[in-house]
Design a protein around this ligand. Structure first.
Ligand code: GLU
Length: 316
């Protein structure tokens, strides 16, 4: 079982990817994460996860800030102006920091270069085995056991060896979890051949160095927490507390995406006040009984993580 941080002065964060306008699901996460930190007298960081240069746009990040402002969700550190002492807060500016962490993992002899293409990996998958997840079968894994020798990984994908191990932790909403890494994902990618950093590495390095003690986010990332806990351990950082939230789905039961225009902040701001939207989300999170309009601030004293719904999805 992983020892997770339980802090008297929590540091929470919201880590949106600026790949489109936020939707109701994104702001549900933002609100609960903000309330969780604020209700315990803690701090809240805004980190811009713009690792994907093709999909990330400065304009979307600017709109995220504007939408959070409009909703009354203020942050103490981070954002586009890199306010605070743990910056930079844009992942695109943190490449050197990730390179240093990768170097430390390389020095442990548990990383190796991989030549497999996506098609090669898909060809090794048993159908329906993993709900669409891709499990790496270790095609390029060295034949010897770790520690591996140092490899030249220039222009190569770098993977990390995962042991036959079940990672156990307790999620603040979904309770006890145990995930076998080799069955869940296999050896996973830390850096792509084109130099792009993998989310799993970047998120751990950032949360650890920014002093984040609680991670509140959608339950689509619940299983990823096990990969992240593995990296926390290897890098010798204390792991945060995790609270994963139900995903907000549309009336057809499909998870909201940035393409759902009707639930995008652009449309929502046209039709509703900030208090109406916050009130609706507070009702869905069972912070209030009636979902009546209210400010985010007025919910701080009412927030109780024990009451958060424990199902995978909430229909809007
Ligand atoms: N950037 C991720 C997203 O927008 C969130 C990652 C996280 O909270 O760990 O879905």
């Amino acid at each position: 079982m992983y020892a997770q941080n339980v802090s008297a002065n929590p540091i929470g964060r919201f880590a949106p990817s600026p790949s489109g306008r936020m939707h109701l699901g994104n702001i549900f996460t933002a609100l609960i994460s903000w309330l969780s930190a604020r209700s315990a007298g803690g701090r809240w960081i805004l980190r811009i996860e713009d690792l994907d240069p093709q999909r990330s746009k400065y304009e979307y990040a600017r709109q995220i800030e504007d939408d959070l402002d409009w909703l009354g969700l203020d942050w103490d550190e981070g954002g586009l102006d890199n306010r605070g002492s743990h910056g930079p807060y844009l992942q695109s500016l943190r490449g050197d920091i990730y390179a240093e962490a990768l170097d430390r993992l390389n020095a442990l002899g548990i990383t190796y270069p991989c030549r497999c293409t996506r098609a090669d990996i898909l060809a090794t998958q048993a159908p329906h085995e993993a709900d669409g997840r891709i499990i790496y079968r270790g095609t390029c894994r060295p034949a010897v056991s770790p520690p591996y020798p140092r490899y030249d990984t220039t222009n190569r994908t770098v993977r990390i060896y995962v042991p036959e191990e079940t990672i156990k932790f307790t999620d603040g909403v979904f309770g006890p979890q145990s995930v076998n890494l080799s069955r869940h994902c296999g050896d996973f990618v830390l850096r792509r051949a084109d130099g792009a950093w993998a989310y799993q590495l970047a998120v751990v390095v950032d949360d650890a160095l920014m002093g984040v003690t609680e991670v509140v986010r959608g339950c689509d990332l619940l299983l990823s927490a096990s990969q992240q806990l593995y990296i926390y351990r290897l890098l010798g950082h204390k792991a945060p507390a995790y609270l994963h939230l139900p995903l907000i789905c549309n009336d057809q039961g499909l998870r909201l995406s940035k393409r759902d225009q009707a639930m995008s902040m652009e449309e929502l701001r046209r039709k509703f006040t900030a208090e109406e939207i916050i009130g609706k989300l507070a009702g869905m999170a069972r912070i209030t009984d009636d979902g009546a309009p209210c400010s985010a601030k007025s919910l701080i004293s009412l927030f109780d993580p024990q009451k958060l719904p424990r199902q995978q999805s909430l229909i809007v």
